[in-house]
Design a protein around this ligand. Structure first.
Ligand code: GLA
Length: 819
């Protein structure tokens, strides 16, 4: 074992550890637990810091894991992600830690982390380069595994960029098994985390190769990403077990892009799915709320339960999912998950779960700690995007435990003013053994609103499984701004022989809709009030793709590519509130080139009147222009139909005009093109000219004008762009975008800018992946682009613009712009 550069103190203390181990009585020297016998728990820097990793960050994080109590709660691994090494291997062929980021080397950090009773993780890649372009381990497996083992590494995350793969499952098995064997050869226990994004269905082959495997693409810190990953990972329950876990990616809890309710769902569902719990936030700056979510011991116990069973999906429909996870002590964890955008009552009959038959069950709410009992249905009002998790066991004597009462509500949209209003329906259901008495319901509406109930919201007695239903008329003052307003519904009642008082509350969010502002707008920037689609969600500024969110291409009809629009499937309806203030919708419609089918018929309704209709449009037909007169209409509806639902039906560049504005006023949001590639390459070069490669204008892909730019390099990934002739002022702009069409093997895209006199390099933390031969708009908000510590991104002084492309053949781009 090599100890290059290890401080003497660390050596002494590790000797002391060995000594104390030898000194233990023989009985305590049982074989160490198998690696990843329960899902690994720890930290990884990628989600919060991207490439900005350093020895200091890792050490400080280790300190906080200890001081915050998270280590005691079970978080053990401190994992370094991409970008820790130099761009070139050393003369001996070994990977070299970047001395600027890791002055003490990886071995030094390992010692530090080990001295805290924690373990160290590293990152490598089963390709020629990592995703960020550092040396990959393909063909260097043994040397790299030995190097990591020599440094004292305990965990390897092994990525899949630049993999030179023919895409076959055999190739994936070969590349990932090569590293398995290399790790075995080192003789060191190293947890092996396979990160190939679910591409080759690793759940079908990776048991016995890795201890965990990613099942999806990269998570990002927003609700759509969380929801989509849960949807993909939940059905894989049968494949997980001790030492072989499904990995739905590292956690985003604390990173700011989701609400506390969503972050609680994140931990709840990860625990129910027996997922690795890898913290992905800056723990040094974490709020008390973040620490308390991450440190929830009841959920950690569910995740880490030694049976190691991933919760099974008991039911899944209308965005509501119930999971059931057996636990070693005979209890079961039951999760009620609500992925819809409004409060929902989620229920499951105990007979459908693995609970053994009993007269009653005790429920312990893992978030509130509250204990209640049910007879035979587990049910709760679950907030939008929320999850209720109960630990459940049979209960012999329910008399002393409060009955579980589910409070639900439904509410359509609410329109301000005397002709508007809304209708609220509330339900109170007693799920406990024994009646509840003196039941009453209150709806606590925002100030100035009124809620008038019919019939009276009271009931003397509510038996087991009986429901009190009340309808309320809501009135909202004229001038109330559009937005989301909470309404608390509280049921008050008495229970048990001693008539003890109790309450149960749920919150529903009222959506107040108002007409769009004056102007000409891309309809895709306005949220529909409701949207229904035959396959997956309606997509914004891309075609429908498939069942997942954000899985389409740029809208393409008979070869015409559109940056803006709505990707639907036939059998869809979108509703927008106009409030009588808009005059016109102008759009193109057609069947998307990505999937044949059709014909499709597109109809624009102004309230109930068909204001424009396309008639049947066949696949391959040129985009058909429609103009609909919307004068006076309260609602706009877009409907796409066909004899065969599921045809990819595009609303291409729909523009809505509201208020009294001239026809030639600019379309909002206005965008500023930085590079159009109309008259050549616009001076684009390759950041590292030594890498070789080409850039050339190309008519093969363009989203404006007639040309885009074709780029390729012999090296897998590269930055393409240029220093600007003069600094550009983008203050007031919120994001950068460009359009991309991938080549044969797909690609990642990313944007970087150089700012200020010193040309400081600032780049976004996350790649956008585009499948082979697909197209999409890569978007990076300025607040997602991070600069080195101490530099703020001065939008008024942009000196250079670069896009990263992992070319793998020819990639086409167009219209780099700010918005
Ligand atoms: C891939 C992985 C991420 C992260 C980055 C690093 O995208 O899936 O989790 O490791 O690479 O470049």
């Amino acid at each position: 074992m090599r100890n290059r550069g290890r401080p003497v103190a660390a050596l002494v203390s590790s000797l002391a550890l060995v000594w104390s181990f030898l000194a233990l009585p023989a009985a305590a020297q049982a074989a160490p637990p198998a690696p990843a016998a329960t899902p690994p728990m720890g930290f990884n820097n990628w989600n919060a810091f991207g490439c900005d990793v350093s020895e200091r960050l890792i050490k400080e994080t280790a300190d906080v894991l200890v001081s915050s109590g998270l280590k005691d709660a079970g978080y053990q691994y401190v994992n370094i992600d991409d970008c820790w090494s130099l761009r070139e291997r050393g003369p001996d062929g070994r990977l070299v830690p970047d001395p600027a980021k890791f002055p003490g080397g990886i071995a030094g950090v390992a010692d530090y982390v080990h001295d805290k009773g924690l373990k160290l993780g590293i990152y490598g890649d089963a390709g020629t380069k990592t995703c960020a372009g550092y040396p990959g381990s393909l063909g260097h497996e043994e040397l790299d595994a030995q190097t990591w083992a020599d440094w004292g590494v305990d965990y390897l995350k092994y990525d899949n960029c630049n993999n030179q793969s023919d895409g076959s499952q055999e190739d994936y098995i070969r590349r990932y098994t090569a590293m398995r064997q290399a790790l075995d050869k080192t003789g060191r226990v190293i947890v092996y985390s396979i990160c190939e994004w679910g591409t080759s269905q690793p759940w079908t082959w990776a048991k016995g190769v890795g201890h965990l495997w990613r099942t999806t693409g990269d998570i990002s810190d927003n609700w759509a990403s969380l929801r989509s990953i849960i949807r993909q990972n939940a059905p894989l329950a049968p494949y997980a077990g001790p030492g072989h876990w499904n990995d739905p990616d590292m956690m985003e809890i604390g990173n700011g892009g989701m609400t506390a309710t969503e972050y609680r769902t994140h931990l709840s569902m990860w625990a129910m799915m027996a997922a690795p719990l890898i913290i992905g936030t800056d723990l040094r700056a974490a709020s008390a709320e973040t620490l308390s979510i991450l440190g929830n011991r009841a959920l950690i116990a569910i995740d880490q339960d030694r049976l190691g069973v991933q919760g099974a999906v008991v039911s899944d429909g209308n965005g509501l999912m119930v999971l059931d996870k057996p636990l070693a002590n005979g209890d079961r964890a039951i999760a009620l998950y609500n992925s819809t955008d409004t409060l929902a009552t989620v229920s499951v009959a105990t007979g459908l779960t693995g609970l053994r038959p009993a007269g009653a069950y005790r429920l312990t709410d893992v978030w509130s700690g509250a204990e209640t009992q049910v007879k035979s249905t587990i049910s709760a009002g679950v907030p939008a995007h929320g999850t209720v998790v109960y630990r459940v066991r049979p209960l012999r004597d329910p008399a002393g435990v409060a009955p579980a009462v589910a409070v639900g509500a439904e509410l359509g949209t609410v329109v301000p003013g005397p002709t508007g209003g809304g209708t609220l329906t509330t339900t109170v259901t007693n799920r406990g053994v024994g009646a509840i008495r003196d039941v009453s319901v209150a709806a606590n509406v925002p100030e100035g609103w009124t809620a008038t109930p019919t019939p009276s919201p009271e009931r003397a007695r509510l038996a087991t499984d009986a429901t009190l239903r009340t309808t309320w008329r809501l009135d909202v003052p004229a001038g109330t701004p559009a937005g989301h307003y909470p309404i608390d519904i509280t049921a008050s009642y008495r229970w048990g022989p001693r008539h003890r008082p109790a309450t149960t509350s749920s919150q529903i969010i009222a959506t107040v809709v108002t007409a769009p502002e004056d102007g000409r707008r891309h309809l895709s920037t306005i949220s529909p009030v409701t949207s229904a689609n035959a396959t997956g969600p309606v997509e914004t500024d891309q075609s429908n793709g498939g069942a997942l969110e954000n899985d389409g291409n740029l809208i393409t009809i008979a070869g015409h590519v559109h940056q803006r629009g709505l990707g639907t499937t036939t059998g869809s309806e979108l509703r927008y509130y106009l409030g009588g203030r808009c005059s016109r919708l102008v759009t193109d419609v057609g069947v998307d080139d990505e999937a044949q089918g059709g014909p499709a018929t597109f109809t624009v309704y102004a309230d109930d009147t068909a204001a424009a209709t396309s008639g049947p449009v066949a696949a391959g037909e040129a985009p058909k222009p429609l103009t609909a007169d919307l004068t006076g209409a309260a609602w706009l509806r877009l409907v796409a139909d066909s004899p065969t639902p599921g045809t990819h039906a595009d609303w291409a560049t729909p523009i809505l005009t509201c208020g009294d504005v001239p026809d030639d006023s600019p379309t909002l949001p206005e965008s500023q093109t930085l590079f159009s590639f109309e008259s050549g390459t616009d001076g684009f070069t390759i950041a590292n000219p030594g890498d070789g490669g080409t850039v050339a204008p190309s008519p093969l892909f363009h989203t404006q004008g007639a040309n885009g730019l074709a780029v390729s390099t012999p090296v897998a990934g590269n930055w393409f762009g240029r220093t600007l002739a003069a600094p550009v002022d983008l203050s007031g702009r919120t994001m950068l975008k460009f359009d991309l069409k991938a080549g044969d093997v797909g690609t990642v895209g990313e944007i970087a800018v150089q700012v200020g006199e010193s040309f400081t390099w600032c780049q976004g933390g996350l790649w956008t992946w585009t499948n082979p031969h697909s197209s999409r708009t890569v978007t990076e908000r300025f607040d997602q682009i991070s600069c080195p510590v101490g530099v703020t991104l001065d939008r008024s002084d942009i000196r250079a613009v670069w896009v990263f492309l992992n070319t793998g053949g020819e990639v086409l781009i167009d219209d780099i712009r700010a918005e």
